[in-house]
Design a protein around this ligand. Structure first.
Ligand code: ZN
Ligand code: FE
Length: 256
């Protein structure tokens, strides 16, 4: 049976997501920004929390873990490289490990850059990816603990997923990301179409995620650092994609 998801807002601009296996009843929270909205989501769906899959150690992804662990006795799965910085970890995972949520099988991708041990969870059969703060719609996470080169390679791993893969990320930043992306690719038709769509969604109070990898490849300049047009747009024709990526990321850091 196909996976079901339920996405909801947490904190000021975080997403919470539940992943549910209807065959077994197993339900995972992807990250736990805070406990109360996760519990409310469990109430709404009628699902029972069995697992928490953690993408990285930042508090806005982990602060709810101790309370949820205490209440539901759920299993906490977290990246091996950051397990010492995350509370209540039961299972440590790294590249290529398979995490089961009931009968659903998630593959662990190491996607460092935002943090040194950040992982993403890819449920290939369900065409679902949970990418934390590595990839955002029309953006990507800040490179805090890693290098731009690492982040670029992490984004390439996500970009290589099938086009119809739906990804969920940690934050609703899309509208602000688009304002910046238009400074890099003002004529990108896919980006202009996404801008229209996102303005309509936000005006209606709706989330802009999940999005598909295919649509993102066409519109997200951070996934397009190896496109000659993007390199030219930042005056770096012929330079390595990782260098072009670093330049775009730096411009975004300074963009107001
Ligand atoms: Zn983060
Ligand atoms: Fe975050």
């Amino acid at each position: 049976m196909a996976a079901q998801t339920y996405q909801f807002p947490c904190l000021s601009d975080n997403f919470g997501v539940l992943l549910h296996d209807p065959a077994t009843g197993a339900t995972a929270a992807i990250d736990a920004p805070e406990a109360a909205p996760v519990e409310a989501a469990l109430g709404t769906t009628g699902w029972r929390l069995t697992d928490i899959l953690v993408t990285h150690h930042h508090a806005d992804h982990t602060a709810g873990i101790p309370e949820l662990k205490k209440k539901y006795k759920c299993r906490v799965v977290a990246p091996r490289g950051e397990a010492s910085r995350i509370a209540d970890v039961d299972v440590q995972v790294g590249e290529g490990d398979i995490v089961k949520v009931g009968n659903l099988a998630g593959r662990v991708l190491e996607t460092p850059g935002h943090t040194s041990g950040h992982v993403s969870y890819v449920f290939d059969a369900d065409r679902l990816a949970f990418v934390g703060d590595t990839l955002f719609s029309i953006g990507c996470g800040r490179v805090i603990e890693g290098t731009p080169e690492q982040m670029w390679n992490s984004l390439l791993k996500l970009r290589a997923l099938p086009d119809d893969t739906q990804f969920h990320c940690g934050h609703e930043y899309t509208q602000a990301n688009i304002r910046f992306a238009l400074t890099i690719e003002p004529g990108n038709a896919a980006l202009l179409a996404r801008a229209k769509e996102v303005d309509a969604l936000r005006a209606a109070g709706k989330p802009t995620l999940p999005a598909t990898i295919g649509a993102e490849k066409a519109a997200n300049c951070f996934l397009r650092a190896d496109s000659p047009a993007v390199a030219a747009a930042v005056g770096m024709s012929g330079r390595r994609p990782a260098e072009v990526f670093a330049e775009i990321r730096e411009r975004k850091n300074n963009f107001r």
